[in-house]
Design a protein around this ligand. Structure first.
Ligand code: SAM
Length: 367
């Protein structure tokens, strides 16, 4: 399928040469006119994928209670920033704020800041959250100073990654270029990429053909640097791996199916698995504490998913009870198609923050 963005990317390649995977991803997702997120609301059954907050209100509610307990642990500051990175339809935040309403002082102290690049989703969020008057920002760096509680569910997987492939003479950058018939195709920069040596040193010994992925460090440094300097806590929830490893995890999804990442630029969601070890290392390097990652299943169970499901079930009819049980299994189960083991939860905090709710002292990241 050819798309307006494919034509633009091909023209760029024809003039400038093959582009790094990260640049391709950034264009596919965030191109001002044709970027995937700039032109649509991709969530839900009729969209391309669904996310935990869209599966059940229990997800956002438990995160709301986590935020209240973290705020209390921070010493209950009279004013703080409640920030969400990539809030989608605003569902998580609406559920979180409803649950957090149990402690009115939390809501009175919070000012709500949403970091969102999509105009379509900003409009959706404005509607969902109209009662609480959020402010929007393009980047976390634009959120006013102050202690913060930051939530990021399926945000880091949407950030561009670069990829490198191991050859006999070192690492080579993977690029998107054109094949003999003018179609988009992956290739390798023939020159080795020596700047990767420091990062690769953290990894196991690479075999020929090993793929190493590197997330740009800007967003995690901004998040962790802010917590280190101004205090607060953050939850990063995403699919990914707890330890460094090799592998090509770039994936494209359309209509709830995996598709070729080069087939329809701007029309399919592009993501990569999050390397939580790299996130934790990058956060600690700028002075933040990192806890976990826990599996999403362990995290939700520790926060009381069972009790919340039981409470909702009391007032439910038979069909609703079945739906609640199915949602609980999907969020926390570890079987095929369930999120409980695939998704991980990493907590970050300023130097003064002890283990946040759900995390234990021995789960501080020390690798
Ligand atoms: C996969 S959706 C997750 C939405 C929501 N957190 C949820 O769980 O339903 C990714 C979200 O991040 C936003 N996003 C992706 N990349 C972004 C970027 N670089 N800056 C700001 N927002 C971004 C998208 O527009 C969308 O709101």
């Amino acid at each position: 399928m050819t798309t307006p963005l494919a034509a633009e990317i091909k023209a760029l390649i024809a003039t400038d040469g093959p582009m790094p995977v990260g640049r391709y991803m950034a264009l596919c997702l965030g191109h001002p006119r044709h970027g995937y997120y700039m032109t649509r609301d991709p969530l839900g059954a009729r969209g391309d994928f669904t996310t935990a907050p869209e599966i059940s209100q229990m997800f956002g509610e438990l995160i709301g209670l986590w935020a209240v307990a973290t705020w209390q642990q921070m010493g209950a500051p009279a004013a703080f920033r409640l920030v969400e990175l990539g809030p989608g339809r605003g569902t998580l935040m609406a559920d979180a704020l409803r649950a957090a309403g149990l402690v009115p002082a939390f809501g009175a102290a919070a000012s709500l800041h949403l970091v969102e690049m999509s105009p379509v989703l900003r409009a959706r969020q404005a509607d969902t959250l109209k009662a609480v008057a959020p402010r929007w920002h393009d980047r976390l760096e634009d959120v006013p100073d102050g202690p913060a509680i930051v939530i990021a569910n399926e945000f880091f997987d949407a950030l561009p990654i670069d990829q490198f492939v191991r050859g006999p003479d070192g690492w080579h950058e993977r690029r998107v270029g054109l094949d003999g018939e003018g179609r988009l195709a992956f290739g390798l920069d023939p020159r080795p990429f020596p700047a990767l040596a420091a990062l690769a040193a953290h990894f196991p010994r690479p075999h020929d053909g090993a793929v190493l992925e590197r997330l740009e460090s800007g967003p995690v440094h901004a998040l962790a640097g802010r917590l280190a300097a101004q205090g607060g806590g953050a939850l990063v929830i995403d699919y990914g791996h707890a330890r460094h490893g090799f592998g090509d995890t770039l994936q494209a999804m359309k209509d709830h199916r995996f598709v070729d990442p080069l087939a329809a630029p701007g029309e399919a969601d592009l993501t990569a698995h999050v390397d939580f070890a790299a996130l934790a290392d990058a956060a600690r390097a700028v002075g933040a504490r990192a806890f976990g990652p826990l599996t999403q299943g362990d995290f939700l169970n520790r926060l009381g998913l069972d009790a919340r499901a039981a409470r909702l079930t009391q007032a439910a009819d038979a069909a609703q009870r079945t739906a609640i049980a199915a949602a609980q299994a999907r969020l926390a189960g570890s079987g095929e198609g369930q999120m409980g083991a695939l998704f991980k939860v990493l907590a970050l905090g300023g130097p003064g923050l002890g283990p946040p709710p759900g995390f234990a002292a021995e789960e501080e990241w020390t690798a």
